[in-house]
Design a protein around this ligand. Structure first.
Ligand code: 5GP
Length: 349
């Protein structure tokens, strides 16, 4: 559907290391193969794109991290991911990544993030605005994209390590960091471990989004909702009381259709909670999660929603535009985004 490609779009749930081009991953893996750092079966596992359980996805991420976690590669994949989103007419991207420490190559969480920022600065194919004093170039014909960053806390981390990430986020607000994400294997770690760091982040005006309800864990889901995050991702294993709370707090949901289906968190698209949330006009936004790992694109996710839930062109455009309110962007950026959508709207009436 060409109109989905040309429609301005907002992406709010994209993990950097899950959004690597296949060609880049292959190229990097080959280098490691030649050096004997990794085995052919490992590389094949990364490239193979069959259904994977959620647990298998996290094993895959550990492999991807072996392939990608050095400063130069982090810079490269950041540049490519932003370019790829811009090329499918994403006009605002919140990109999330887990700052990583690896003493053996002199990498600290800070230097990891500096490599990400270097990647943003190195983009020449499209015009990027990633902190608010920058102006988007007015050159015609070039894609323009606003980028903001979320620092992820991995559920394997300790309270101390999570706090280090939050402090780093606070120090990097001047380069586009707007919030914190809690992600990583939902079968690992306790909510109480992350709460102090997340509360500290919230008290210091960072926005918070949580991976919530990816596995059945009723107590954690309720505790997360009581924390009143600014958004949640997934919400696959919610029960009635969880939906009630989520809806009464009006917490926007990041919807990742392909990811939920491929990992079997949702048994089939016909029973996906998108339908109910959309019907009751609960704030939601269509996202990719990991376009590399799940072999998708944001256009593909919108097409899937259009086909599965019978959305028309106008409804789809309104849905995409409504994502502006769920962004963690400054008011001026939200205003700019409204102008971008308004100028495109005659195509979608
Ligand atoms: P990174 O933070 O390294 O840039 O991106 C990959 C990481 O994001 C994974 O190691 C994992 O911690 C997190 N991640 C990616 N996709 C998912 C997902 O679907 N669910 C959860 N809980 N975490 C994810």
């Amino acid at each position: 559907m060409e109109w989905i490609h040309t429609m301005p779009k907002i992406e709010l749930h994209a993990h950097l290391n899950g959004s690597i081009r296949d060609s880049t991953l292959l190229e990097l893996a080959r280098v490691l193969l030649e050096k004997g750092v990794t085995e052919l079966t490992d590389v094949e596992d990364v490239i193979q794109k069959n259904d994977r359980s959620l647990d298998e996805v996290f094993k895959l991420f550990d492999l991807i991290h072996v392939i990608t976690t050095d400063h130069q590669t982090v810079t490269r994949i950041t540049r490519e991911v932003v370019e790829d989103f811009a090329l499918e007419n994403v006009v605002y991207l919140e990109l999330r990544t887990t700052p990583k420490r690896n003493d053996s190559i002199g990498m600290s969480k800070r230097s990891y993030m500096e490599a990400v920022i270097k990647g943003l600065r190195s983009i020449s194919e499209v015009d990027v605005e990633f902190f608010n004093s920058q102006q988007l170039n007015k050159l015609c014909g070039r894609k323009k994209i606003y980028v903001r960053l979320l620092l992820s806390i991995d559920r394997r981390e300790t309270t101390e390590s999570a706090m280090e990430t939050v402090k780093l986020a606070l120090e990097m607000r001047n380069v586009g960091v707007v919030g914190i994400d809690l992600s990583g294997n939902p079968l690992v770690g306790e909510w109480s471990t992350f709460l102090p760091a997340l509360q500290f982040a919230k008290d210091n005006d960072l926005y918070i989004t949580l991976h919530c309800g990816e596995v059945p864990n009723p107590e954690e889901i309720q505790a997360m909702l009581d924390f009143k995050p600014h958004r949640v991702g997934h919400a696959c294993f919610f029960k009635d009381q969880d939906w009630e709370k989520l809806k009464s707090f009006r917490i926007p949901v990041e919807i990742c259709l392909s990811s939920n289906i491929i990992t079997k968190s949702i048994s089939s698209i016909d029973v996906h909670h998108f339908a109910d949330l959309y019907k009751v006009k609960h704030p939601l936004i269509i996202c990719t999660d990991d376009f590399g790992v799940f072999s998708t694109t944001l256009c593909n996710e919108y097409s899937l929603a259009v086909r599965s839930f019978g959305l028309g062109k106008r409804e789809t455009f309104s849905l995409a535009k409504s994502g502006i309110d769920a962004t963690f962007a400054e008011d001026e950026v939200k205003q700019q985004l409204r102008l971008i959508f308004d100028s495109a709207s005659p195509e979608y009436v």
